[in-house]
Design a protein around this ligand. Structure first.
Ligand SMILES: NC(=O)c1ccc[n+]([C@@H]2O[C@H](COP(=O)([O-])OP(=O)(O)OC[C@H]3O[C@@H](n4cnc5c(N)ncnc54)[C@H](OP(=O)(O)O)[C@@H]3O)[C@@H](O)[C@H]2O)c1
Length: 319
């Protein structure tokens, strides 16, 4: 596995991180634990979680894995979103749904769409942040987070005095080594002006201009963590569509080593694009299937491919 050093820190990590949003919901605890170990064995050292992930179960499922490898991995958890009130029912639906999905492939897409978007946003306050990280540390059975992130915050809350003071106390106590904003581009742009934030986690939808906008605003060393590299608005599906419509573009991508089938080209190209646009940061991926993990680890091991962003843009902008 290739490694990167996060600017402004002494963190040397894999350029790919395992996103645990589905750990305990779509992904069963048993499969999840197996894939966490497989990712670690493959060289993944960055793990991204939140109290709301996996219908509220992800942090607890991660705990034994974290205990086994604490000094050899980096852990980011968050505060700001909590699971829905009817969480028990949601967990039951996931537990009953998983075996059905494994026998009826058609259900899979629908199952994936029951995602964490029904999580509740909690009003930010200094008190809430301190209580939230204390609960996360307890659930994760660790004494510190490498990164503590505000999860989808309202940009207006970021510079509130009680919020900043609480984040400073969390750092001073050693409960977290770094503070991050994990949410919208607007929130990231507001956080740039606040020195307590040294990490920025945003979507990098290939259709959007999120990461270039953040890079333009950031005039200091910082961690950049990106997700949604296959597109929030369906960039991967659109790319597959364009590759089918324009065989010459598909042939060009195949000749350049991005694979044979449109699906494979799109996935490989968008992943390589993500590593190329964020060469000193981490690309988050949900990769709880063995095939996805193997594919993404192979791509993360290669040096960044400077040609990928331009080719991706050309295909996506084809009419
Ligand atoms: N506000 C925030 O802070 C925020 C928001 C969104 C996401 N995140 C973080 O980012 C992580 C990733 O989220 P995402 O939305 O960007 O999801 P993603 O990694 O794009 O994953 C979406 C789907 O793509 C599949 N996949 C992964 N690699 C693939 C490959 N090589 N070929 C085909 N399919 C592949 C995954 O399947 P499998 O998992 O089944 O392998 C998953 O179902 C989350 O888990 C979370 O940690 C943070």
């Amino acid at each position: 596995m290739r490694t990167i050093v996060i600017p402004g820190t002494d963190i040397r990590t894999s350029p790919i991180g395992l996103g645990c949003a589905s750990l305990g919901s779509r992904i069963s605890p048993t499969l999840g634990r197996r894939m966490l170990e497989a990712a670690f064995e493959g060289g993944v050292t960055w793990y991204d979680v939140a109290p709301s992930y996996g219908a509220g179960r992800a942090e607890e499922i991660l705990a034994p894995f974290v205990a086994a490898h604490r000094d050899d991995l980096f852990l980011c958890s968050k505060a700001g979103l909590v699971p829905p009130k009817n969480n028990g029912l949601m967990r039951l639906a996931y537990d009953l749904g998983r075996p059905l999905v494994s026998v009826a492939r058609g259900l899979s897409r629908r199952f994936r769409s029951i995602k964490a978007t029904r999580n509740r946003r909690v009003a930010l306050s200094g008190e809430f942040l301190e209580a939230s990280i204390a609960s996360s540390l307890k659930r994760l059975r660790t004494d510190h987070l490498d990164v503590f992130a505000l999860h989808d915050p309202d940009p207006a809350d970021l510079d509130r005095d009680d919020v900043i003071r609480a984040l400073e106390r969390i750092l001073a106590r050693g409960d977290a080594c770094h503070i991050s904003m994990a949410g919208s581009l607007n929130a990231a742009l507001s956080a740039v002006a606040l020195p307590v934030f040294t990490f920025f986690q945003i979507a990098d939808d290939p259709d959007g201009r999120q990461l270039p906008a953040l890079n333009e605003a950031l005039d200091r060393p910082a961690g950049r963590i990106i997700h949604s590299v296959f597109g929030v608005g369906g960039a991967r599906d659109r790319m597959i569509n364009r590759l089918r419509k324009y065989p010459a573009l598909a042939a060009e991508a195949t000749a350049a080593g991005y694979g044979e089938r449109p699906e494979e080209i799109a996935t490989t190209l968008l992943m390589r694009r993500a590593f190329a646009v964020n060469p000193e940061g981490v690309v988050l991926s949900s990769m709880f299937s063995a095939g996805h993990l193997a594919h993404n680890l192979r791509l993360a091991s290669e040096p960044p491919d400077p040609a990928a962003p331009q080719l991706a843009e050309r295909i996506l902008s084809a009419p």
